[in-house]
Design a protein around this ligand. Structure first.
Ligand code: UDP
Length: 326
C-alpha cells in the first residue's frame, strides 16, 4: 500500500483516480484548492486544502503524510481559454509544477505521475498517433503540458526523479457505480453538453464544424472512459514503485467516433432527441485524434475495460441525471 498525494484530487479525472487507488489498496491524499474542483467529488477525508502557488502548502502536505508518490492533475485545462489567456496557462501551470517538484525534492519524494495530454502532439502527421510522434503543440495549454514533461526529464537527470507522463485522449464517462462523475464550470465538453441540450439547460448542442475531411464532416475523437484512465494511473504507480520511470504513455482506445456518431448514440441511450445547431469550426480542433496505446498495453498491462461508446454514454448519462436531480 502506498500513500499517494493527488493534486487536483477533487477534479474529474483526479477523483476517479483516487477511487481506483483506494480500490487497489492505496491511500490517496487529496491536495486541492477547490478553484475548479468540487467537494462533492471528494472520495476520502484525507484532504489538504492548499494552493500550488504557495510552496509552503505543498511542503505541509508532503510532510503531514508519509507520501511515496505524487499524481499531478491540478492545472488549467481549457484549450479555448488558453488561446485567449496564455499568461494564465504559462504562469500557473508551469509555476505550480515547478513549486511541486521543488517541494518534492526538499521533502525527499521523487516519484510522480503526470497528467499530460494528446494536445502535446498538435496537428498529427500520422493517425493513430504513436508516442514517438513529434510533439508540436498549437496552443498555450499544450505548450504548458509539454514544458512540464521537459521539466520532469530534467529533474530525472539532475535529481533522480522517476516520472510517468500519461497523455490522455478524450476523457469521458463516469464512475460505473455513479458515485462521482464529470463536473466542470463552465462545462465545455461534448458529452455533458449533449445532455445539457437534452435537458433543456442550453437551447441546442452546437456542432463545431461540419466541413472537416472526415466521413461525415464532423471531428473524430478517441473517447476513453475515465475509469480506464484511473486504472492506468494505478498501473503506472505499480511500475514506478517497482522499476522507476522516464516513460510517456498514450491513453486511448485507438477507435474514433465523430460528433455525429456521439449524438446518435446519445439519442439511443437516453431515448431523447438532441436539439442541434451548426456552428463554425472551433479554433485549434484537428479533424481526427486517435491514440496508438501499444506501449501502455505492453508496459502497464493496461487494457481499457469500460471504453465502448455505449458504456461511456450510459455511465455519463446516469451521473448527469443524478448530479442534476433529473
Ligand atoms: N464539440 C462540439 N460542440 C460542443 C463541444 C465539443 O462540436 O459543444 C466537438 C469539438 O469540436 C471536438 C469534440 O466535440 O471535435 C470533442 O470536444 P471536447 O471539448 O469534448 O474535447 P476536446 O477534443 O476539445 O478535448
Amino acid at each position: 500500500m502506498a500513500v499517494v498525494l493527488v493534486t487536483g484530487g477533487a477534479g474529474y479525472i483526479g477523483s476517479h483516480t483516487c477511487l481506483a487507488l483506494q480500490e487497489a489498496g492505496h491511500r490517496p491524499v487529496v491536495f486541492d484548492n477547490f478553484s475548479t474542483g468540487f467537494r462533492k467529488l471528494l472520495v476520502t477525508e484525507d484532504l489538504v486544502e492548499g494552493d500550488l502557488g504557495r510552496p509552503e502548502d505543498i511542503r505541509k502536505a508532503l510532510s503531514s503524510f508519509p507520501v511515496e508518490a505524487v499524481v499531478h492533475f491540478a492545472s488549467h485545462c481549457y484549450v479555448g481559454e488558453s488561446y485567449q489567456n496564455p499568461y494564465k496557462y504559462y504562469h500557473d501551470n508551469l509555476l505550480h509544477a515547478l513549486n511541486l517538484l521543488e517541494a518534492m525534492k526538499k521533502e525527499g519524494v521523487n516519484k510522480i505521475i503526470f497528467s499530460s495530454t494528446c494536445a502535446t502532439y498538435g496537428i498529427p502527421r500520422e493517425v493513430p498517433i504513436p508516442e514517438e510522434h513529434p510533439t508540436d503543440p498549437i496552443n498555450a495549454y499544450g505548450h504548458s503540458k509539454r514544458c512540464i514533461e521537459w521539466m520532469l526529464e530534467d529533474y530525472r537527470r539532475a535529481h533522480a526523479f522517476e516520472f510517468i507522463a500519461l497523455r490522455y485522449f478524450n476523457a469521458s464517462g463516469a464512475d460505473p457505480r455513479t458515485r462521482i462523475g464529470e463536473c466542470h464550470d463552465p462545462e465545455t465538453h461534448l458529452i455533458p453538453r449533449i445532455f445539457m441540450a437534452i435537458a433543456g439547460m442550453i437551447p441546442a448542442l452546437e456542432i463545431f464544424g461540419e466541413d472537416y475531411p472526415t466521413p461525415d464532416g464532423t471531428c473524430i475523437r478517441d473517447y476513453i472512459h475515465v475509469a480506464d484512465l484511473a486504472a492506468a494511473h494505478v498501473a503506472a504507480l505499480r511500475r514506478l514503485l517497482a522499476q522507476g520511470g522516464g516513460d510517456f504513455f498514450n491513453l486511448g482506445t485507438g477507435e474514433g467516433f465523430s460528433v455525429r456518431q456521439l449524438l446518435e448514440e446519445a439519442e439511443r441511450v437516453t431515448g431523447r432527441k438532441v436539439p442541434v445547431r451548426f456552428g463554425p469550426r472551433r479554433l485549434g480542433d484537428p479533424p481526427a485524434l486517435l491514440a496508438k496505446s501499444h506501449a501502455a498495453l505492453r508496459d502497464l498491462a493496461w487494457v481499457p475495460q469500460h471504453s465502448s461508446l455505449p458504456v461511456i454514454l450510459e455511465t455519463a448519462w446516469r451521473w448527469f441525471q443524478k448530479d442534476n436531480r433529473l
